[in-house]
Design a protein around this ligand. Structure first.
Ligand code: URA
Ligand code: CA
Length: 436
């Protein structure tokens, strides 16, 4: 096979075979296909698209580019959960222990924050002592003992994605549904779970800004999972507004603990999304007959504190100091807390969640280049939600600050991100659709 001919084939809108796709992916990893050639091919994919079969073939070839995790020696159905990335979305830290408390087996490999969106590993590390890099055997033994482990992806998992993602980042080829679907699903499949629940975000803080694109991405990922023998469900949820009130690693860990302690009302959007994802996880695991039975179990595990107990066990197994789970205020100790006040009476009519995510990152909660360190305690705590009435000078958000360097800039960004107007805005759905 000749690389240029495969690039031309996609450029001219034709479909590639599995062998041809595999040749490109393996070649990228072993060096016989150059970065510029892969970039050109991916640009052709962005413009021409791929068939469902090609997308599944690309996913398989990527998955096969490195190690795959075998969880078959663990009992029961191993279930994973993945969000396509959002702001103030700490659902993994709630739903993973909660599902384990209901008898599920949750073996999950998570990522770090990327630009404006948060990452579960950074939130876990807000607890001193936590080590998210664990050998595979240790990962499995934690899952076996506690029913839940969330760790970082091992270095040898899907090396093709590491190269492809970094090329896409700098060649204008990130936003392609088949490339996103194969990137996410190759990693999920390599991580070895039997069942996968996907939380596909749509809205101004998400990768897929329109519902139509979110649906297409969800459909493709569900089809890929199904074609490779994994039970896969996607829930499409809103990311026009931050999901929880907390944006920042320690703040989000504290919010997860507050949810698991039952101190956040059940109609809260974060709680609702967690319960919905948890329902699908329990049904796919074969533990609950249907979603309403699953919900009952999850609500019980919240009320009894069993979910919180699982989180604590998992944190302890990862080496973390569990006094931070018992006293979560320790997670968010900062030099000062600065209120952001409404400049007029009115209703919160728009929230730019991407900008809020970037603001929290500027305070030190996120990175702007690979390897930057994060400050676990800083971030933004929202005091009002979309649609709520506010009075002039009322506090609408608090900034948790340890470093004043870019504070003026952040303060004005946060003010710009939260729009107040005279009329109450239309309500926005929280959950749009479920793709099975
Ligand atoms: N997350 C991923 O892992 N890959 C993408 O392409 C987009 C989001
Ligand atoms: Ca987040």
């Amino acid at each position: 096979m000749i690389v240029t001919e495969l690039i031309e084939k996609k450029r001219d809108g034709h479909s590639l075979t599995y062998d041809e796709i595999k040749f490109l992916v393996d070649g990228l990893v072993n060096g016989s296909v150059q970065d510029c050639q892969m970039s050109a091919w991916m640009m052709a994919v962005c413009i021409r698209g791929m068939t469902g079969k090609e997308t599944a073939d690309l996913t398989t070839a990527m998955m096969e580019s490195g190690d795959t995790v075998d969880l078959s020696d663990l009992p029961g159905v191993k279930v994973d959960k993945h969000s396509t990335g959002g702001v103030g979305d700490t659902s993994t830290l709630v739903v993973a222990p909660l599902v384990a408390a209901c008898g599920g087996t949750v073996a999950k490999m998570s990522g770090r924050g990327l630009a404006h969106s948060g990452g579960t590993l950074d939130k876990l590390e807000a607890v001193p002592g936590v080590c998210v890099e664990q050998p595979l055997e240790r990962f499995k033994s934690i899952v076996k003992k506690t029913g839940v482990a969330v760790i970082g992806q091992s270095a040898d998992l899907v090396p093709a994605d590491k190269i492809m993602y970094s090329l896409r980042d700098i060649t204008g080829t990130v936003r392609s549904i088949p490339l996103i679907a194969s990137s996410i699903m190759s990693k999920k499949l390599a991580a070895g779970a039997d069942a996968i629940v996907l939380d596909v975000k749509t809205g101004n803080g998400a990768f897929m800004e329109t519902l139509e694109d979110a649906r297409k991405l969800a459909r493709q990922m569900v089809d890929i999972g199904g074609s490779l023998g994994r039970k896969t469900v996607a829930v499409i949820t809103d990311m026009n507004n931050p999901l929880g009130m907390a944006i920042g690693n320690g703040l989000e860990m504290k919010e997860a603990i507050d949810v698991l302690s039952g101190s956040i009302p059940a109609d809260d959007p974060l709680v609702e999304v967690c319960l919905t994802l948890g329902e699908h996880m329990l049904v796919l695991s074969g533990i609950a007959e249907n979603r309403s039975k699953a919900r009952e179990m999850l609500v019980d595990a919240l009320a009894s504190g069993k979910g919180l107990e699982k989180l604590k066990l998992m944190i302890a197994a990862l080496g973390g100091d569990t006094t931070y789970i018992e006293h979560p205020e320790k997670l968010v100790r900062v030099d000062r807390i600065l209120p952001v006040c409404a400049e007029s009476d009115g209703f919160i009519s728009f929230i730019d969640s991407k900008r809020l995510g970037t603001s929290a990152a500027l305070l030190g909660a996120g990175r702007f280049k690979k390897g930057d360190s994060v400050d676990p305690a800083v971030g933004i705590l929202m005091k009002k939600r979309y649609g709520e009435k506010v009075m002039r000078n009322e506090c609408i958000a608090e900034l948790y600050v340890n470093n004043d360097e870019r504070l003026d800039e952040v303060l004005s960004m946060v003010k710009q991100a939260i729009v107040i107007s005279d009329n109450q805005p239309e309500s926005i759905p929280l959950i749009y659709d479920v793709i099975e």
